[in-house]
Design a binder for this molecule. Structure first.
Ligand SMILES: C[S@@+](CC[C@H](N)C(=O)[O-])C[C@H]1O[C@@H](n2cnc3c(N)ncnc32)[C@H](O)[C@@H]1O
Length: 232
């Protein structure tokens, strides 16, 4: 498989979530006509779903490759926060066995997505029913995952081996939004991996912090960090 199976609506969500998949032409359109037009019109009708499926697949394979230097995927319990369309989780699914994903996402698409720091965490760019379809159409069995709507569901209270949040937690909104929850679900050996624009902030919060990647993206530059041992 060199691509994901997807329809136009799912391709649109992926493009909004991974805005670096935007072509130079689409970037110009967005700049010229603005975010509202791009989110509600252009991204619905003028995208190449096949290309997005292929490029998203390639990016997710790269993400998997990096994480596999640090993660043993077998027999693990994962918590995915803001996982978008879960391309990474699908790659893990295709290469591992005996794991479970708890997935926390938002269930709406903002009218005018503003990328950058979202102080009030109002930006959402997902549709949980589409996410379910995408996961199952790409080989993830229903028994391997549960999706939680951040705004309406009680979040799962159980210990996780890994918490993964790519370009979501502390990239777009404050880590502290989740800190009380983390105190309930992290144990001493749990590992948290996320992208942040302020890595130094976490040196005092965790016993161990390793920078595993430095990224210069469309939105802002960040570091991907691996943290262990939250200081309560
Ligand atoms: C920039 S996208 C990244 C998606 C995916 N992780 C990726 O790397 O392709 C950020 C995602 O975080 C989600 N999100 C925003 N606030 C959230 C929250 N409080 N909890 C969980 N997800 C959230 C958005 O709906 C969106 O899908």
């Amino acid at each position: 498989m060199e691509s994901f199976s997807l329809d136009r609506e799912i391709a649109r969500l992926i493009l909004l979530q991974r805005i670096e998949l935007i072509t130079p032409f689409q970037k110009k359109i967005r700049k010229f006509f603005g975010r509202y037009f791009f989110t509600n019109f252009f991204s619905k009708y003028f995208i190449n779903s096949e290309e997005i499926g292929k490029n998203y697949f390639k990016e997710m394979q790269e993400e998997y490759k990096l994480l596999s230097n640090y993660i043993d995927f077998q027999k693990k319990k994962f918590l995915s926060i803001g996982s978008g369309m879960c391309g990474l989780e699908l790659i893990i699914n295709s290469k591992s066995s005996d794991f479970f994903f708890s997935i926390i996402e938002k269930n709406y698409v903002s009218k005018k997505i503003k990328y950058g720091w979202d102080q009030n965490n109002l930006e959402g760019y997902n549709d949980i029913s589409k996410l379910n379809i995408f996961l199952q159409n790409n080989g993830m069995t229903k028994s391997r995952y549960t999706i939680y709507d951040f705004d309406h569901d009680n979040l799962p209270i159980e210990e996780f081996d890994y918490i993964i949040s790519l370009y979501s937690l502390d990239y777009h909104y404050d880590f502290n939004l989740y800190i009380d929850y983390f105190k309930k679900v992290l144990n001493e050996s749990s590992i948290l991996i996320f992208d942040t624009i302020r890595p130094e902030y976490f040196f005092k919060l965790f016993n161990s912090v390793i920078i595993i990647e430095s990224v210069q993206k469309n939105v802002h530059s960040s570091k991907r960090i691996l943290c262990k041992g939250l200081r309560f």
